[in-house]
Design a protein around this ligand. Sequence first.
Ligand code: ZN
Length: 146
Amino acid sequence: MSGLDSLYQQVILDHSKQLSGFGELERADAERFERNPTCGDEITLQVALEPGTDRIASFGWQGRGCSISMASASVLSELAPGLTMPELQSRVDAFREMLRSRGVGEPDEEILGDAVAFQGVAKYVMRIKCAMLAWVAAEGCMVQLR
Ligand code: ZN
């Protein structure tokens, strides 16, 4: 394992121990349940917008599953608040593209932040759905809010 790989693994490990955004929101504008049957991961994700805008005010989720799915939801919860919906969509697109790249190419750390830690997951086809779970749920919320 290269030094960079182990650094990335540390980010995932840290998030899976200390989950950001875990819990139910008091007020949500959209809610979406997603599951990944191949691994058994489940998530219910909630989004609240700043009133009268398309900017994300808060982001909450509950669920259970493997450490990759939970850490990925945690990373997304730190990334999303303060973004507009088009900005969040561009993060979702970049994350999906990174996971489909099979580890080829450089992910954009500027827009993905800690989420680049999941680049290594791209090598394991079975785990891509784990990493995408929360992000697909976020997309589902955005569809409801359009
Ligand atoms: Zn999983």
